[in-house]
Design a binder for this molecule. Structure first.
Ligand code: GLN
Length: 480
C-alpha cells in the first residue's frame, strides 16, 4: 500500500520501527496531490517548501495535514475562499495551528471551502467547486469539502475543518471518512475566522476513528485567548478506543426518520443499529420534539451572527479594497460599498441581508430573540434525553452526495441538507460522522453519533467499536 493511503497511526508505527521516514510520507502525499488534485481540487494553496518535516523526535506527529482556508497560519495567505480576503496574511497562528506545529505536524496546504463556510457543497468558493473523490460529478459536501476530499483522495493524512451547522460531519459523510464536531468550547476558536461565534467549532477529519482521537488529543484544550473555551481536563482520547459496549443505552430519535430520508441511507442506519445490538447496546426510540424548528432557528441565529462578524470586512483593515470607476457618494462610502459589493459572493450577501434584517429594530424580538428561546428548547430536548441515555444515533445527512449544480440555485434545498447536523451546534454537544455503508451508486453513507457535552470519549468508544466490526472505512475512493 502507498504511504499516503495509510492512517496516521499506521505511519507513526512504521516511522518508529524505522520502516519509513517522515520525508517519505510527505513525498508520497505530495505525489498524490500532483496526480489527483487537478481533478479533485481539494486545495486552494499548497506549500511543500514550508511543509518539510524537520525532526524525528519520538512522541511527535510528523503527519501531513490539510487546513481549512478559514484557520489562520502566520504569514500565509488565508481567504475563507472569498474575494474580499484575497492577499490577507494573518500576523499570528490560530491556537490549533500552534498545537499542530508543537506536535511537528506538517502543514501541507489550505483546503477549499464554501465562502466564509456558508454552504453544504463547497460550490460557494471563489476558487470553484471541489469534487467528490467517490464520483467527481458529485459535490464533496461542505463547507469543509476541501478538507474531506483531501483525506478521502489520500492527498492528506489528516485535515482540520470547522463546523457551524454540520460542515465537518456532512462532508465526512459524503466522502466516506470520519469527522468530529467537538463540544462547543473543547477546541479553541482563536484564529478561526468567525462565521457564527456561538456555533463554530474546529474539529478533525480523518480516515478512521483512532486517527480522529489522536488529532483531537493534539488540538483540544483550554485557551485563555478564547473566552468561550472551557477549562476542563483533556483526557487521552485513544484510551476510549475499546470494543466493549455492554450496558450502553442509545436513543433513536423518531423525528430523524421521516420524509426526505433516502431509503438507502435508512437501510444502512438500520443495519448499523442491528450490528451495535450484537455488541450489547440497548436501543430506545426517543423524541426530540423541537427538531422540526432546528433549521429555521439556525438560519436566523447563524445569519445574524454572520452579518455582525462580516461587518469588519470593509476594505479598511483586511484583504481587498475596491473603489468604483467613477465617484458616486463620498470617497469613503464609495470604498465601503464597492469593496463589499465586489468582495462578497452571492451567498455571503444573502446571509448578510437575512442577518441584518432579523437583528434590526422591530424585527429583533420577532425573529432573533424568539430563535434564541427555541435554541434553549432544543438544548433542553437533548438534556432530557441524555439524562437516561449514553448517546443518540442518527443518519448524518438525509442523502448521499448530490450532483454539482443540483442544488446551487435553490438555497432552501441546500439549507435542508443540514437538517440532521444543525441541532448539535445549537445545543453545543459533540457529534461524529463515521462511514456506515454505500449506496448502490457507490457513494458513502454516514452514521452520526451524538453525546452530552464533553462526552467525546463515549462517542469514540461507540464509533470505534462499530468501525472495528465493519470494513466500510477501508474502502478506497476510485477518483473517477
Ligand atoms: N451548511 C450550513 C450553512 O450553510 C452549515 C455550514 C457550516 O457548518 N459552516 O450554514
Amino acid at each position: 500500500m502507498n504511504l499516503n493511503e495509510s492512517t496516521a497511526h499506521e505511519l507513526l508505527g512504521l516511522i518508529k520501527e524505522k520502516k519509513t521516514t517522515p520525508e517519505a510520507v510527505h513525498i508520497s502525499v505530495k505525489k498524490a496531490i500532483e496526480l489527483h488534485d487537478p481533478k479533485v481540487k481539494a486545495y486552494v494553496r499548497v506549500d511543500h517548501d514550508k511543509a518539510r518535516p524537520t525532526s524525528r523526535a519520538n512522541g511527535k506527529f510528523p503527519i501531513p495535514i490539510a487546513i481549512k482556508d478559514n484557520i489562520c497560519i502566520k504569514g500565509r495567505e488565508v481567504t475563507c475562499c472569498s474575494r474580499i480576503l484575497e492577499g490577507f496574511k494573518p500576523p499570528y497562528n490560530a491556537t490549533v495551528i500552534e498545537k499542530i506545529l508543537e506536535a511537528e505536524g506538517i502543514l501541507i496546504g489550505q483546503a477549499n471551502m464554501d465562502e466564509f463556510a456558508f454552504g453544504s457543497s463547497t460550490e460557494n468558493s471563489v476558487f470553484g467547486p471541489t469534487r467528490n473523490p467517490w464520483n467527481t460529478k458529485c459535490v464533496p459536501g461542505g463547507s469543509s469539502g476541501g478538507s474531506a476530499a483531501a483525506v478521502a483522495a489520500h492527498e492528506a493524512i489528516w485535515a482540520l475543518g470547522s463546523d457551524t451547522g454540520g460542515s465537518i460531519r456532512q462532508p465526512a459523510s459524503f466522502c466516506g471518512i470520519v469527522g468530529l464536531k467537538p463540544t462547543y468550547g473543547r477546541v479553541s476558536r482563536y484564529g478561526l475566522i468567525a462565521f457564527a461565534s456561538s456555533l463554530d467549532q474546529i474539529g478533525p477529519l480523518t480516515k478512521d476513528v483512532t486517527d480522529n482521537a489522536l488529532l483531537l488529543n493534539i488540538i483540544a484544550g483550554h485557551d485563555h485567548r478564547d473566552s468561550t473555551s472551557v477549562n476542563v481536563p483533556v483526557p487521552d482520547y485513544t484510551k476510549s478506543l475499546t470494543k466493549d459496549l455492554k450496558g450502553l443505552k442509545i436513543g433513536i430519535p423518531k423525528e430523524y426518520f421521516i420524509e426526505g430520508l433516502d431509503p438507502e441511507v435508512k437501510f444502512a442506519i438500520t443495519a448499523a443499529i442491528e450490528l451495535l445490538k450484537k455488541s450489547g447496546v440497548t436501543f430506545k426510540e426517543i423524541s426530540l420534539p423541537h427538531t422540526e424548528y432546528a433549521v429555521a432557528t439556525y438560519y436566523i441565529l447563524a445569519t445574524a451572527e454572520a452579518s455582525s462578524n462580516l461587518a469588519r470586512f470593509d476594505g479598511v483593515q483586511f484583504g481587498q479594497r475596491f473603489q468604483p470607476a467613477a465617484p458616486r457618494k463620498t470617497p469613503i462610502v464609495d470604498m465601503y460599498e464597492e469593496t463589499r459589493d465586489r468582495g462578497f459572493g452571492k451567498e455571503a450577501k444573502r446571509r448578510i441581508l437575512l442577518g441584518t434584517y432579523s437583528l434590526s429594530s422591530g424585527y429583533y424580538e420577532a425573529y432573533y430573540l424568539r430563535a434564541q428561546k427555541v435554541r434553549t428548547l432544543i438544548k433542553n430536548d437533548f438534556d432530557l434525553a441524555f439524562s437516561e441515555l449514553d448517546a443518540i444515533l442518527t443518519p448524518t445527512s438525509p442523502t448521499t452526495a448530490f450532483k454539482i449544480g443540483e442544488k446551487s440555485d435553490n438555497p432552501l434545498a441546500m439549507y435542508l441538507s443540514d437538517i440532521y447536523t444543525i441541532s448539535a451546534n445549537l445545543a453545543g454537544i459533540p457529534a461524529i460522522s463515521i462511514p456506515c455503508g454505500f449506496s448502490k451508486d457507490g457513494l458513502p453513507i454516514g452514521l452520526q453519533i451524538l453525546a452530552k457535552p464533553f462526552a467525546e470519549e463515549m462517542i469514540f468508544r461507540i464509533a470505534y467499536s462499530y468501525e472495528q466490526s465493519t470494513d466500510w472505512y477501508k474502502r478506497k475512493a476510485p477518483l473517477n
